[in-house]
Every structure is written in C-alpha cells, then in structure tokens.
Design a protein around this ligand. Structure first.
Ligand code: GLU
Length: 308
C-alpha cells in the first residue's frame, strides 16, 4: 500500500476553483466555490480561478461571463488572471508525450459499440465498467485515430482527505486503464487537471465529494510525472429534496444574484458555519469577513451530503 502525504512544503497556500462552462453556477457549485474560497482566505492563501473549458461540445455560450459575474457578485474575488484550459493544449500534449516515451500509455481504438457491449450487464446482471485492456498489447494501424489510455497497476493507493479521512483505491481493479486523451482529440479531465494543478502550483484542492473517486487517478498521474501532490478536501455535495445532486443535468437553477448577501448567509448555514442571526442582511463583504475569521470544518466533516 502506498500512502500519499501532501507535499505543500513551505509554499504559500494556493487553492483554486475550477468550474466547467457548461452553464451558469447553481447553488451546488457556488457552495463548493465558497468552501474553497474560505479555506484559502482563512489561511491567508491565494485563490485562483480556472475555467475547465476543454470539453468543447458541452461548453455553453455565455457561461464564462455568467460564472465570473456571479463570483464577483458574491465577493469571491480571485487572484491574478483567469486560467483557461483551452489556452494550454500544448502543455497537455507535452506531458502526454512524456508519459508515452516512458511507455506508461497505449493507443486504444475500441469503438463506442465495443465499449457499450463490454460495459453492459452480463447474464447475472453484474455491471462491468472496467476496461479490460484489450488494446494494451495490440499494434494499432496508423490511420485509425486512437484514444490514449494510461496503464494502471493493481496497487492500492491511499491518501488522507482533510474531511473524508483515509481513502484507498486499487487503481487497476476499481478504475482500470483510463483515458487521458479521447479519440476526438479532447484531453480528458483526469489528465488536464493534473497538469493544470501543477502549472498553477496548486497545493490545496477543495472541491465536491463527487470527485473523491477521481483523486487516486490524479495522484497516480502526479507520481508518474514527478509532480507534487496537493492536500485534498472534498466537501459534501448539495442534494435536492429527492436526494439528487444539484447539477445542470437535474436542471438546477442558476444562482440568483439579486440579493447575494441573503443567499450567502444561507450558504454559510448549509456549510455548517452557524452565522449569528444578526448577520442576516448585512453586506456581502461584512459577511465574508466574518466567515473567513470563523471558518471551521468540524461539523462539515460529519455530513456526506447536504439537503436543501
Ligand atoms: N471542472 C470540474 C467540475 O466542474 C471540477 C474540477 C476540479 O475541481 O478538479 O466538476
């Protein structure tokens, strides 16, 4: 078992918020942004903003402006200029090539149909969603555009999450050889996030619990590329009354920016910060000043999800 300890060194706390521009922020994403912001600012840290805009078919026009305006309205001012993944395509290719040179990757031409058949239920209704390495040792014809997969090893990788405690995953068994670059040429989230976090010198990642499962893949990639591993904190996700995660897929509404101070107060309640009643109605900056000084994650650690 490999236990990964964060390696933030003596560097100044550097965190980030990395929304995908697939629509305006909803309450769930703003909740994560606020947690990430407060955690950084409470440690006098830097807080960066990255726009995860690689998945171009899913990007929605106008989302970036809406996201930036929403963060501004809620007083979540980021440091420096906004980092756009779409401006770093050469960086992803550079590091992908490094992995290829070390034979950590292989080209995969399995079609969607092959994968759909593989991942469908078998006669005993067992679900298979681990790619069984069909193309690992195949020679791939040059005229077929391949996906690039990472070879995973059957080792257990463990890390300490600041809220969720010790998390262990067996990469090969639980995730299999995962994709770094899709057949359509789009760099996969798993890979881009590792390169971006390294290029931005991120040493603290605060994000939603829905990405907890993905973290071991990212740590594995950091090790292969010689990057340091940030500290991780996965906050609970917000669910609706039916228990579904707020997301664009469940048609979660865009955050209303008309009365940000009142929404911010409600978010601090959801974040288990227990803001005193007399702060309900004060300005956004007054509320944030209070929240930065009083930021505490003890009660948050007891929740797996937070219902509206
Ligand atoms: N862009 C990702 C999302 O919106 C978050 C990436 C991350 O925080 O690592 O879900």
């Amino acid at each position: 078992m490999i236990l990964i300890l964060p390696n933030p060194g003596q560097d100044i706390y550097t965190g980030r918020f990395a929304p995908s521009p697939t629509g305006p922020l909803h309450l769930g994403s703003l909740f994560t942004a606020l947690a990430s912001f407060l955690h950084a600012r409470s440690q006098l840290g830097v807080w960066l903003l990255r726009i995860d805009d690689l998945d171009t078919p899913r990007n929605k026009e106008g989302s970036v402006t809406a996201i930036l305006e929403c963060l501004e309205a809620f007083g979540l001012h980021w440091d420096g200029s906004v980092y756009y993944q779409s401006q770093h395509l050469a960086d992803y290719d550079y590091f992908l090539e490094k992995l290829a040179q070390n034979q950590f990757t292989y080209r995969c031409i399995c079609s969607r149909k092959t994968l759909a058949e593989l991942f469908s239920d078998d006669s005993q209704n067992n679900k298979h969603n681990i790619y069984p390495g069909i193309c690992r040792n195949k020679s791939i014809p040059a005229n077929t555009p391949p996906a690039i997969r990472l070879k995973t090893e059957p080792c257990t990788l463990s890390f300490h999450d600041e809220l969720q405690g010790l998390i262990s995953h067996n990469l090969a068994k639980q995730h299999g050889d995962f994709i770094l670059k899709r057949k359509d040429g789009i760099t996969a989230y798993q890979f881009a996030v590792v390169v971006d976090d390294a290029l931005q010198n991120i040493n603290h990642v605060v994000r939603g619990c829905d990405l907890l499962e993905e973290t071991s893949k990212q740590i594995y990639l950091q090790q292969l590329l010689g990057f340091s591993t940030p500290a991780y904190m996965h906050v609970p996700i917000i669910v609706d009354q039916d228990g579904y995660k707020l997301s664009k897929q469940t048609l979660a509404m865009a955050v209303d920016t008309k009365t940000p101070n009142l929404t911010l107060f409600d978010l601090l309640v959801l974040l288990k910060q227990n803001p005193p009643d007399e702060l309900n109605g004060v300005s956004v900056s007054e509320l944030l000043d209070w929240a930065i000084i009083h930021w505490c994650t003890i009660e948050l650690a007891l929740c797996s999800a937070i219902s509206l």
